[in-house]
Design a protein around this ligand. Structure first.
Ligand code: IPE
Ligand code: MG
Length: 245
């Protein structure tokens, strides 16, 4: 969910108001995903690298999280959303940790949409913590394989993502879901996150639907690597980069 700061700057507003608008966009996108029968939505809310930001912005983001949960939790719960947290909660304040754990506990009965909030999350952190957990569980070197490690990843409860969307114009992963996104289809949108809405989501889904997923195989056409893209209509963006909104 990138681009909150630039969205605010364009309007001569403080960055915090961009983050606030970002929460409003998220609430709408969660609803849009539920309406489209999407089972899992995972959002990168705060990365393990975001602590590098000015103290004022970090504490603003923490307060915003608390406000957003108290404002939206009841409705999310009523809408069948199950909230789950992925990330290292051992180094966040007790207040924030408790609010996140409460949101999880409060929505545990829900099944319509699993909304994973990646908070103090990093893809590398996730791989390391999974290795540690596997070691602590006594998994031997000989028994450690991809399936075993997957079972110890922070999002072991979810299937690997099909579609990975980054807003805000940057074309990089920035340490999100490194393990899980191995075969995810990537869509990079120039749209700044507070402007992202159901229309943009549908554009990304349409983009996704035009991809041929081969998972390393030769695919339906059976023509092998030389034919990559040749079966796609010319209108499909070859690099997954979507324009603005
Ligand atoms: C997303 O927006 C922020 C978080 C999820 C913490 P940014 O704050 O990175 O916005 P830009 O990149 O400065 O526009
Ligand atoms: Mg950014």
């Amino acid at each position: 969910m990138d681009g909150n700061g630039r969205w605010a700057r364009k309007r001569f507003m403080p960055r915090g108001l961009g983050h606030k608008a970002g929460v409003d966009a998220l609430v709408k996108v969660v609803q849009a995903c539920a309406d489209r029968d999407i089972g899992y939505l995972t959002v990168f809310a705060f990365s393990s690298e975001n602590w590098k930001r000015p103290e004022e912005e970090v504490s603003g983001l923490m307060s915003l999280l608390l406000v957003a949960l108290s404002k939206h939790l009841t409705k999310l719960k009523a809408d069948g959303v199950r909230i789950r947290i992925a990330g290292d909660l051992s180094t966040v304040s007790e207040k924030v940790r408790n609010a996140l754990l409460d949101a999880e506990a409060n929505t545990v009965e829900n099944h319509r949409l699993v909304l994973t909030v990646a908070f103090n999350y990093g893809g590398r952190w996730d791989i390391v913590q999974a290795c540690r957990k596997a070691m602590a569980a006594g998994v031997s070197e000989a028994d450690l394989d991809e399936a075993t490690l997957s079972r110890h990843m922070a999002m072991a409860y979810a299937p690997d993502p099909d579609l990975f969307i980054r807003t805000g114009g940057e074309v990089r992963i920035s340490n999100f879901l490194l393990w899980q996104a191995a075969y995810a289809e990537m869509v990079f949108s120039d749209c700044l996150w507070p402007d992202f809405d159901a229309v943009e989501l549908d554009k990304a889904i349409a983009n996704f639907a035009r991809r041929e997923r081969r998972f390393g195989d030769v695919g339906e056409s059976g023509q092998g690597e030389g034919a990559i893209g040749s079966e796609l209509p010319a209108a499909v963006p070859a690099d997954g980069v979507q324009g603005g909104c």
